[in-house]
Ligand binder design. Sequence first.
Ligand code: NI
Length: 164
Amino acid sequence: MAIRNIRQIGDEVLTKKCKEVTQMTERTRELIEDMLETMYEANGVGLAAPQVGILKRIVVIDVTGEDPHVLINPRIVETDGEQTGPEGCLSVPGKSGVVTRPAYVKAIAMDVNMQSYELEGTELLARAICHELEHLDGHLYVERVEGPLQDVTAEDEEDGDTEE
Ligand code: NI
């Protein structure tokens, strides 16, 4: 496993549409392991493959630090309600902004064995699913932000990371 370089806003790779994964390979397994390690090392709650420069439809999410989810070719099939709150992104370091997302999300994805499963989330998990899936289509949360982007201080970052 290895820590990969996280691409920052302004990098073209973050604006591209990612390709579906058609089969699991050793290389893709390694990518997923590296994405998890890179996300944990950066204290993030989610990471999408284009954030490490790979245009594949793969995201990893862990909002508690003990519950990793790998979503391959994910799509949202159901949403309900609304939540408005701060959001950040590992590709937009030191910033956060207010974004409105569904309060509940149900997604269908494949796991590392290319088996289809459902993932339901509320609160931060629902937010993270929406945020990460948008990365796969070349979009960043800053396009949706309500009001100005805020600077995040070092103390804020220690209080609780919500960077995706
Ligand atoms: Ni992000």
